[in-house]
Design a protein around this ligand. Structure first.
Ligand code: 0A1
Ligand code: ZN
Length: 897
């Protein structure tokens, strides 16, 4: 409908030819022909018959002819009445079409009144207006507003919203919407009402409404200009004591945005409502954020250290959207990365500031390597600004979000912190109150800095992960070191040939003592790469750079801080890798050296399995591990990351085709060998870092817990009774969820005889804490043992599970497919069949979540021919399901293309 597509393309499903789905193209964008100056919405809430009366003040744009119909989106709405300027329309004056409504021959300016009936109670898609635990809430991004009323549901139509809500007073004492409450009162019959007005123009996707009986935590924040903002967090009854961390996080985020970017909050109240049924993490609706409970509730006994950091990050993310997303929003959904890439970058910087820059960088890169690289190399590969989509909800991806954030980070690398800030200032000066494009953002950066970003723009248009291959030549006579760079980017769907990117590569040169030497690039010659500070600017397919005054034996450290989202290839020797692992001053590259060391061993062990014979690897890996573990100068969290062997999904992205059984065996073998050879060391570090006193949440305690978890996970591979006892004791005596959940996981994933009893006791203890039970479900689903598949089949009927709840689906089914490679990729194909069956039960209930689950098949071509055939077969089964949602259809059909 009005989301600007006049392209006639549609694709037919091969297996379900009756189904035609429309493809939307970025190049089809056309401005909306009317301005909607004001919106008045009146809600009379009832579970199966909510009435929504909408009044729009409409004005035809100057250059538009009177012939142009007024097209409004609308899905699953029962139209009760429609009037223009208070005159009821008859059926010749409008037509209901697929996905909306067209009003014909409208005057130049008029008010349009519609009245519709909707059913929040039966809305299981969790888009539009729905009920969650007896409370009303909304989710309108991307196009959920069209499930509430007839409206041009596209982000470039911005309007002033006034909202009246009425409902039973005793069941729904709180009636909330965006902006300021300007009126409220009683109505007869036990009902009450509230009227809200949002003074800022906004697109429909930022509309929100919540109604229910909540517990409320309030506080306040004084902004940099001295304005007092009331802060409110609404949660389910009884959960108030779990909201304090969220409130503190909100204040920190508000302060940080003022200090770092000079951005101040603009309304008198900031509200957060936590709901148990939510498709994503949270939503930045103007003045009324709606959050998944997972990202609000946290107390030490129920939430892990990681959960605490995640809550702070998501609270920050949604708060930062108030400027990057709300004040300046997207022109169309192809521009999603404009707000998401930028806001993820901002939340990453915020977290880094609150925690540890090095550790945070490693964690962010792990997501890129394991998930985004996989997306880039699969059937759904798309640029951060996609060119087309079938279902927009499928494009809330790690590419748009996380690779988008990497692209923003590169601006900061190229322009410096000050230059980046100057660019943002120009962006806000030019576009506050507008709906704009990624191109507008690039231009603001360019103009503010006088910097040519022409080639850099390719990051927006080309998909795929660039590969950078580097070799070095040392000239001992001239004491010069030359680094030779090559870049290329693999073909992706619809994009065969790629042009070179502008890639900032941060480099260091380390002398034999482990110290960085000063970089002295020789004056620029033709074809050579420009060097600024420690950044090499790669711009063509092949380029070199030469450094002067380089002593013998220097080791290059390349792509420090992961300065660009690329795959780097440099043929380090094992000796060089262990050297970097011990000495690199760049903590990211120090971690990276260890990861590469482990990966090398694993791929080598895979080859050994192909050939047959006993498995072995170089002892230097053992000593490198020990040295790192013993290095007293290092922080425990860094150590924990550096000592963790790369996960299976990350390893899969480092190779073209692999025997998954060999890969998992190799990984387990390496871990067990390191455990055996360093048993006393793991034990010693476990014991010295184990804190038995009161629970503390300072950085040092968090670090110690992280390192203890890693040590225990190595020890558990030994399958010794003494270690089982250690883990059991940790579980029994834990005074926090970090220690408890890692112990539980290690026990459940081991061969300990009584493990099911331990799992059951944990369940009994925590059954009333939904978020803890979700962890329990994940732990059960990721047990690598062969019985898991039967167990998770029966867990579908367990009282703790509910198919309608996305958190539970993700915890059980999502965890199984994404974090249990041994069982999901069972040779007998039962893992794949299990997933297809779950999709079959879910796609009509929740298309969005089903589509995400379907993505687990995306990399099917990477596997051996038997598994390929089995995954392919399940994709075909999925495509043959009747009335398949377009969300799932898009993922499954692209996977088979
Ligand atoms: N804009 C939100 C994410 C979000 C997107 C879509 C949703 O429903 C389909 C819900 C939330 C964010 O980035 O936080
Ligand atoms: Zn966001």
């Amino acid at each position: 409908m009005s989301d600007s597509s006049n392209h006639q393309d549609s694709v037919a499903s091969e297996t379900a030819p009756q189904q035609e789905v429309q493809v939307h193209y970025r190049s089809d964008y056309k401005p909306y022909p009317y301005d909607i100056k004001d919106v008045y919405l009146a809600f009379d809430l009832a579970p199966n018959a909510t009435i929504v009366e909408t009044t729009l003040t409409v004005q035809r744009k100057a250059d538009i002819s009177g012939e142009e119909p007024l097209c409004l989106d609308g899905v699953d709405l029962e139209l009760l009445s429609i009037a223009i300027d208070d005159r009821e329309l008859d059926e010749s004056q409008y037509q209901l079409v697929d996905g909306g409504l067209e009003v014909l021959n409208v005057p130049e300016s008029f008010t349009l009144k519609t009245k519709v009936k909707i059913s929040p109670d039966t809305n299981t898609s969790l888009e539009g207006l729905y009920l969650s635990s007896g409370k009303y809430c909304t989710q309108c991004e991307a196009q959920g507003f069209s499930k509430i009323t007839f409206y041009p549901d596209r982000p470039d139509v911005m309007s002033i919203f006034k909202v009246r809500i009425e409902a039973e007073a005793d069941v729904f004492p709180h009636l909330l919407s965006n902006g300021n409450r300007i009126e409220h009162g009683e109505i007869e019959g036990g009902k009450h009402f509230a009227v809200w007005e949002d003074p800022f123009k906004k697109p429909s996707y930022l509309f929100a409404l919540c109604a229910g009986d909540y517990d409320l935590l309030t506080s306040s924040f004084t902004t940099m200009t001295g304005r007092e903002v009331r802060l409110e967090i609404y949660v389910d009854k009884g959960k108030l004591d779990q909201c304090h961390h969220a409130m503190e996080s909100l204040k920190k985020a508000m302060k940080w945005d003022e200090e770092v970017f000079g951005l101040e909050y603009d309304l008198d109240t900031y509200m957060i409502v936590a709901v148990g049924d939510f498709n994503m993490g949270a939503m930045e609706n103007k003045g009324l954020n709606i959050f998944n409970t997972k990202y609000v509730l946290a107390s030490p006994d129920t939430a892990t250290d990681t959960d605490f950091i995640d809550v702070e990050a998501v609270i920050g993310h949604e708060y930062f959207h108030n400027w990057t997303g709300n004040r300046v929003t997207c022109r169309d959904w192809f521009q999603l990365s404009l707000k998401e890439g930028l806001t993820v970058f901002r939340d990453q910087e915020f977290t880094a500031n609150q925690t540890d820059h090095g550790v945070k960088r490693i964690e962010d890169v792990k997501v890129i390597r394991s998930h985004q690289f996989a997306e880039d190399a699969g059937p759904m590969a798309h640029p951060i600004r996609p060119d087309s989509y079938i279902e927009m909800n499928n494009f809330y991806t790690v590419t748009v979000y996380n690779k988008g954030a990497e692209v923003i980070r590169m601006y900061q690398t190229l322009l410096g912190r000050d230059g980046f800030k100057r660019g943002l200032d120009v962006y806000f000066e030019r576009h506050d109150g507008e709906a704009v494009t990624c191109e507008d953002f690039v231009r603001a950066m360019e103009d503010a800095n006088g910097y040519d970003l022409q080639q850099f723009r390719r990051w927006y248009s080309q998909a795929g992960t660039p590969e950078v291959t580097v070799s070095s030549d040392y000239d001992a006579d001239k004491r010069q070191l030359t680094l030779n760079f090559k870049q290329s980017c693999p073909a992706t769907p619809g994009q065969k040939d790629k042009e070179p990117f502008h890639i900032p590569v941060k480099v260091g040169l380390i002398d034999t003592l482990g110290n960085d030497i000063e970089l002295k690039p020789v004056p620029l010659t033709q074809g050579a790469a420009k060097v600024e500070g420690d950044i090499v600017h790669l711009k063509s397919a092949k380029q070199a750079v030469t450094f002067d005054d380089v002593p013998e034996g220097v080791t290059p450290s390349i792509l420090r801080g992961f300065s660009a989202p690329v795959k780097l290839h440099y043929d380090y020797s094992l000796k060089e890798l262990t050297f970097l692992f011990a000495h690199d001053s760049d903590s990211f590259n120090r971690w990276q050296a260890g990861q590469e060391l482990f990966s090398r061993v694993i791929f080598d062990l895979c080859e050994q399995q192909e050939k047959g014979g006993t498995l072995r690897f170089d002892d230097s890996v053992v000593s490198a591990t020990k040295n790192l573990l013993d290095d007293a100068s290092l922080d425990g969290q860094f150590k924990s990351l550096a000592l963790t062997i790369p996960g299976v999904s990350t390893l899969l992205e480092q190779t073209n085709s692999i025997n998954i059984d060999h890969l998992i065996t190799a990984r387990d073998f390496l871990k067990k060998q390191l455990a055996e050879k360093l048993e006393l060391d793991w034990l010693l570090h476990y014991q010295t870092n184990r804190h038995l006193g009161d629970y503390e949440q300072d950085k040092e305690s968090v670090s110690k817990r992280a390192l203890c978890g890693t040590c225990l996970s190595y020890l558990m591979t030994l399958e010794k009774d003494s270690v089982y006892q250690l883990a059991l004791k940790q579980l029994e005596t834990a005074n926090n969820m970090t220690d408890a959940s890692i112990a539980l996981q290690l026990i459940v994933h081991s061969n300990y005889e009584q493990k099911l009893k331990v799992a059951e006791d944990f369940y009994q203890k925590w059954q009333s804490e939904e978020l803890v039970i979700n962890k329990w479900l994940s732990i059960m689903a990721t047990d690598p043992s062969d019985e898991t598949i039967d167990r998770i089949e029966s867990l579908l009927d367990h009282p703790s599970f509910e198919l309608k709840n996305p958190n539970k689906v993700r915890s059980l089914i999502g965890a199984f497919t994404s974090a249990n490679p041994r069982q999901f990729h069972r040779a007998d194909g039962r893992g794949y069949e299990y997933l297809a069956r779950q999709i079959k039960s879910l796609y009509a209930i929740n298309p969005q979540v089903s589509a995400r689950l379907t993505g687990a098949f995306n990399r099917w071509r990477k596997f051996d021919s038997e598994r390929q055939q089995k995954m392919r077969q399940q994709l075909e089964v999925i495509l043959s399901m009747p009335e398949l949602s377009k969300d799932v259809f898009e993922i499954a059909s692209k996977a088979l293309k």
